[in-house]
Design a protein around this ligand. Structure first.
Ligand SMILES: Nc1ncnc2c1ncn2[C@@H]1O[C@H](COP(=O)(O)OP(=O)(O)O)[C@@H](O)[C@H]1O
Ligand SMILES: [Mg+2]
Length: 413
């Protein structure tokens, strides 16, 4: 983060942060860099909490001796496309090294690299793709070759894969028979050689929790070698510091309670909403030039749930249930969240369970009581892992984010 004497960083309301503008992540990044020296890591956190920003930071400041390469795989639906993308990006970012590794060799990749005219006209990826009649089956061969060569190189390679779980979910939808072969192959590459001795290192990032999906597909053990590092949520004092620095640094006058009130309203802070609310407060001050107080904070939050910028970010919380939760959990999740959203206090577990059973019966479910209980516990765990709710003292649940709760109540309760 920038130092105290420079002007405050810009507001960011969606784009990944420039590495110098990252707040409160110094220690986390240092730990992550250390872990990456010895292990492959999966970094999980909800959307809009700063994963991509951290990856961008690592690309600029990789752990010692690592050359970084970042790949965004959210829309990839086949392992072959993943390997093609890796090769293409590596060739584009490190052309000289790539040549040294493969040019003139009898390898498959070397053969494609020799087709200079084709590469000039259509690019490396298409040249590679056209070289094989059946990429859908040959991707392993190219992947093996690439990693074998990368391991001989004098530099270590850090591969940062953004939205990895989405790729697995896409594969599981479009080519379910490939999930297990791909995950097994990938796991094999992470275990041999042992991570500490492997010059190729993986940092996988994701906004959806992979465990329950892999559990469903029976392949949970295929990622248990990865070190799972959660991105810690910002704490209250950080929220207060952010609001204070961003506003006071811009000459805003405010009641000293304002930063604390923002922290209170936000609940578990999703960084993007913190940015949006603070920016709204700043604009409000600029417009009226009147000292900010508690009313302005309440107003900023009410404004936020109806602005279009926030709406599509919030909408995602709603639609991802449709995408990732299978019936009957889907209908139950919507209904339980609606119930929690209208209660000013946390909602008791027993009440939620009663509602859950009512929904199951409505859906024609005839499972025995112990099965229902199990499904309910699973659903609450998913909602917790996916950052919708938190369990509070006294066996009760509330929304993790105050803003999401407010929004849910307004549109879906
Ligand atoms: N460390 C941080 N400090 C302040 N705001 C942040 C931070 N990390 C993320 N944000 C906010 O979250 C938004 C999205 O960041 P991004 O890195 O793209 O998150 P993700 O990849 O988790 O979706 C940014 O535009 C910014 O508003
Ligand atoms: Mg991201």
């Amino acid at each position: 983060m920038s130092d105290k004497n420079s002007p405050p960083p810009d507001f960011y309301t969606g784009a990944p942060l420039e590495p110098d503008d990252l707040w409160f992540r110094d220690e986390f990044i240092q730990d992550l860099q250390k872990s990456l020296c010895n292990e492959h890591v999966i970094l999980s956190a909800p959307r809009r909490t700063g994963k991509t920003s951290i990856m961008d930071y690592l690309v600029e400041h990789p752990p010692t001796d690592f050359a970084p390469l970042s790949v965004f795989v959210q829309d990839i639906t086949h392992p072959a496309d993943f390997i093609l993308l890796l090769l293409d990006l590596f060739q584009e970012k490190y052309p000289k090294r790539f040549k040294e590794m493969f040019e003139g060799t009898k390898s498959w990749i070397g053969k494609a690299l020799g087709k200079v005219n084709e590469i000039d006209v259509q690019g490396f990826k298409i040249t590679l793709r056209e070289q094989e009649d059946n990429w859908d089956d040959e991707w392993k061969k190219y992947g093996d070759e690439f990693f074998a060569q990368a391991r001989k190189d004098k530099h270590r390679l850090l591969l940062l894969v953004d939205e990895f779980p989405d790729m697995i979910l896409n594969i599981s939808k479009q080519h379910p028979e490939l999930v297990l072969p791909f995950l097994s192959w990938f796991r094999g590459h992470r275990l041999k050689p042992r991570p500490k001795l492997d010059p190729v290192r993986w940092l996988l990032c994701g906004s959806v929790n992979l465990s329950s999906t892999l559990d469903m597909l029976g392949c949970l053990d295929k990622i248990n070698d990865l070190q799972d590092i959660p991105l810690p949520p910002l704490d209250e004092s950080e929220v207060i510091e952010f609001v204070h620095e961003m506003l006071v640094g811009r000459g805003v006058e405010m009641d000293e309670k304002v930063p604390g009130l923002v922290a209170e309203e936000l609940g578990r802070p999703v960084p993007i909403f913190l940015q949006m609310v603070t920016q709204d407060l700043y604009r409000n001050w600029k417009k009226h030039q009147k000292q900010l107080d508690a009313t302005d904070v309440t107003q900023a939050f009410s404004d936020l749930v109806v602005t279009s910028g926030a709406r599509d970010k919030l909408q995602h919380y709603y639609s991802r249930i449709d995408q990732y939760y299978q019936p009957p959990k889907r209908a139950a999740a919507y209904s339980l969240l609606a119930k929690i959203s209208i209660s000013p206090k946390p909602t008791e577990r027993d009440l939620l369970y009663a509602e859950f059973v009512r929904i199951l019966i409505g859906e024609g479910d005839v499972s025995p009581a112990d099965k229902r209980k199990q499904l309910f516990n699973q659903l609450m765990r998913d909602l917790e892992n996916d950052f919708y709710v938190v369990e509070m003292e006294g066996e009760s649940f509330d929304f993790a984010s105050g803003l999401v709760k407010r929004w849910w109540r307004k549109y879906y309760a």
